[in-house]
Design a binder for this molecule. Structure first.
Ligand code: NAG
Ligand code: NAG
Ligand code: NAG
Length: 353
């Protein structure tokens, strides 16, 4: 065994200097463990058939080889190692370097790189270099399945995208999933299943708006992005959005608006303050105020001869007088207009409780 190792070492040394001289070529090994077949042994070219030459063929020693014969090239691609031909062509005696890829090592062979020689039997010398993955953190992080942006834009992804792990999808839009909602990252960094899709959602017709109408074609369902515009009938005020949009989750961007009615001013023989102006209700068109308008009434002080104010807001056709307000009688209004509560002087700030 020792002599075999020595010979091997010697051959390797000679391979490097690529000596072909008969004196330096090792004797043919009797136990051919690595080579199944050695070409015919020789001493000189005369011992060989035509077109063959007596050349040094590694462990086989001087052998009759056809120098034009080639070894398999290119080699099949490997995930764990990379190969490089060190000679111009893969012919007899050409050298091939095999090296473990980054992140892989070959602990069994003791080196992560080996040089193989093209033999007379058209095979590369030596054994395959077995490279195994190095367990390093950066390598593990690289062992992940990727997610395209279309997927991350559509789904919220929970779980781990590394090899051997699984993820769960949920549609960002809130829609249901079409396909499988779970996926697994396989050894070869591909997903087990195709990515799912999200169901297309539609918006249901929104509630009708009383005293209003929509400026759109009425449909049984509305596609995402569809806008509905609202208008109110004459004398009604739009309270809420003028437009609602169908969102990707099948909901409307807002509730439909309301069309609010105007309010009749519940006073006739008293001036009121509307929009900062003190006026008689009959001076106002139709004696109405729009929805949301504030109307300030004049009330009499319970003990003093002065007035104070109390405001009320019109809400969708409803406007009440404040509790303190007393509508003057027709006689009071006709005979003593200047003594009406809305016309007497205002109480001092301290008078009002
Ligand atoms: C990855 O591996 C799976 C299962 O082993 C196989 O079905 C699939 O074809 C492989 N994909 C690629 C791109 O190699
Ligand atoms: C739809 O999406 C909107 C805005 O993102 C959100 O306010 C609403 O609650 C969602 N509706 C449903 C039913 O998920
Ligand atoms: C009415 O009064 C309320 C409360 O003081 C105020 O918030 C609102 O802006 C007023 N409305 C108008 C139309 O002036």
């Amino acid at each position: 065994m020792d002599s075999a190792l020595l010979l091997l070492f010697l051959w390797a040394l000679m391979g490097m200097v690529s000596l072909q001289s008969s004196e330096r070529c090792p004797e043919r090994l009797q136990e051919q463990e690595r080579r199944k077949l050695c070409p015919r042994s020789c001493r000189s070219d005369k011992d060989c058939a035509s077109k063959r030459q007596c050349l040094c063929d590694g462990q086989c020693g001087l052998s009759c080889v056809a120098p034009g014969r080639t070894c398999p090239w290119p080699l099949p691609l490997s995930e764990t190692s990379e190969v490089r031909l060190l000679s111009p062509s893969p012919t007899f005696s050409a050298l091939l370097e095999v090296r473990c890829r980054p992140g892989f090592t070959s602990p069994s062979s003791g080196s992560d790189v080996t040089v193989r020689r093209c033999q007379g039997d058209r095979q590369w010398s030596g054994d395959e270099l077995i490279c195994t993955e190095t367990r390093s953190p950066e390598r593990t992080s690289a062992r992940m399945c990727s997610l395209p942006t279309e997927v991350t834009d559509t789904f919220s992804i929970h779980g781990d995208t590394s090899v051997g792990s699984s993820i769960h999808y949920s549609c960002l839009s809130g829609a249901g999933i079409v396909g499988t909602s779970e996926n697994f990252c396989q050894e070869n960094r591909t997903w087990l299943f195709p990515h799912p899709t999200c169901k297309r959602l539609f918006c249901q017709p929104p509630q009708e708006v009383k005293q209003g109408y929509v400026v759109a074609v009425q449909k049984a369902e509305y596609e995402v992005g569809f806008d509905i515009h609202y208008l109110c009938r004459k004398n009604y005020l739009l309270d809420g959005p003028q437009k609602i949009t169908c969102l990707s989750n099948g909901s409307w961007s807002a509730s439909p608006p309301h069309c609010r009615a105007r309010c009749v001013i519940p006073a006739e023989r008293s001036r009121v303050v509307i929009g900062g102006i003190k006026r008689w209700p009959f001076d106002i068109t139709d004696a109405v105020v729009p929805h949301g308008e504030n109307v300030t009434f004049f009330c009499k002080h319970p003990r003093k001869h002065c007035s104070f104010t109390a405001a009320q807001t019109c809400f969708d056709g409803k406007l009440q007088t404040p509790a303190c307000y007393l509508e003057p009688t027709w006689l009071q209004y006709k005979l003593f207009p200047h003594r009406l509560v809305s016309e007497i002087e205002a109480c001092e700030p301290g008078d009002v409780e």
